[in-house]
Design a protein around this ligand. Structure first.
Ligand code: GDP
Ligand code: MG
Length: 346
């Protein structure tokens, strides 16, 4: 399912929409007063109906949207209200079509055209004004949904760790293209999305404002946003700055690491700023000298190819491959087998 909030149309308020419909109808002519009125009614009907349908069809089917985006939309705008607002547009469309049909019948039946038109306009205006809140909500929703970052189909590595440990420097260092700058709806800070080439493209994303402070101290919305990252992440790289020049103690960084592990995704913990210290009980890298960077990339590659290997194994049609994947779920050598499957798949 495509999710392209940038393509959502701007939504007019009730007054703007009525101006648009009645304005268009005011330019309509006809050979008789009767015909002119019928043409005006048809125009109002078309303008409004096309407009409502355009807005409704621009929204994706939220129930089939990938988990990350559906959750994000729910956190940012509220799915229930969004659905209700779209339903209100559908309701208005139906009501207006009824008013128009009735008015057309009246004109054709010989009623005074001007009177019928005036009454129809009044009733249509009243229906549209009843959904003014929903129209405004949908416009605001469009604005808010545009702040949801969009990711490609490639595997995603989420980079976590306290502020100033070296997350952005790492993303910039390993990216083969200039990292794109995105935003999360919950932070005013820039999010770097880099692309690494690891036997295929891998998206490496920064998490300022999300996985950079103790999770248990967050408000419920922030916590949901953090949980949402687990839908996105194939792997989490947790960066620790043992020099503490980031301004946070090693102890508090390790305790954040424990919280991040609860997300249930594969976590690789590594030391940054290897040019400034000699701790090597974890993989250590320096984004300044490049030392250890390849080792970290290798670890990421292993985790991702294992994941892809699991997926490939599970989707294979032939019996032997399926047996391999069934067996591999019982055997301790699962990892090497899954990896082998991934390698064969390349
Ligand atoms: N010496 C050294 N400094 C680094 C390294 N990586 C980052 N820094 C510095 O640490 C500070 C914070 O880095 P940054 O990437 O912005 O951290 P972020 O807040 O986690 O994204 C900056 O002043 C960087 O220049 C490294 O490997 N070695
Ligand atoms: Mg940063």
């Amino acid at each position: 399912m495509e999710f392209e909030p940038r393509k959502l149309p701007t939504v007019l308020t009730a007054d703007e929409l009525l101006d648009k419909a009645f304005g268009r109808a005011s330019k309509v002519t006809g050979r008789s007063r009767r015909e002119k009125t019928l043409n005006k009614l048809a125009t109002v009907s078309n303008v409004l109906s096309d407009y409502f349908k355009k807005i409704i069809s621009a929204h994706p089917s939220y129930s089939t949207l990938p988990d990350f985006y559906r959750e994000m939309v729910d956190i940012v705008v509220g799915l229930a209200t969004l659905r209700k607002s779209l339903a209100a547009l559908k309701w208005a469309d139906g009501m207006i079509q009824k008013i128009i049909s009735k008015s057309v019948r009246e004109v054709k039946g010989g009623k005074e055209p001007d009177k019928v038109l005036k009454a129809a306009y009044g009733r249509i205006a009243s229906v549209v004004k009843q959904i003014d809140d929903e129209l405004r909500f949908l416009n605001e929703a469009k604005r808010k949904m545009q702040t949801i970052p969009i990711f490609g189909d490639e595997p995603v590595v989420v980079v976590a760790g306290y502020p100033n440990v070296g997350k952005s420097s790492f993303v910039a260092r390993i990216s083969t293209v200039k990292p794109e700058i995105a935003t999360y709806p919950f932070t005013t800070r820039e999010v770097y999305v880099g692309i690494a080439e690891l036997d295929g493209r891998v998206q490496v994303v920064d998490t300022p404002g999300l996985l950079d402070r103790p999770i248990h101290k967050r408000n419920p919305i922030e916590r949901r946003a953090i949980l949402c990252l687990k839908h996105l992440a194939d792997c989490i790289l947790f960066i620790i700055d043992p020099t503490e020049t980031c301004g946070y103690t090693l102890e508090s960084q390790l305790s954040l690491l424990e919280e991040v592990k609860i997300l249930g995704k594969p976590v690789i913990a590594a030391y940054s700023k290897a040019d400034m210290h000699s701790k090597r009980d974890l993989p250590a890298f320096s984004s300044v000298t490049g030392e250890g960077i390849d080792d970290v990339l290798e670890l990421i590659k292993e985790v991702i190819s294992k994941k892809l290997g699991d997926k490939v194994g599970g989707n294979r049609g032939d019996v032997e491959e399926r047996q391999t994947s069934v067996r591999s779920s019982y055997h301790p050598e699962k990892n090497s087998k899954a990896k082998k499957t991934a390698e064969e798949a390349h």
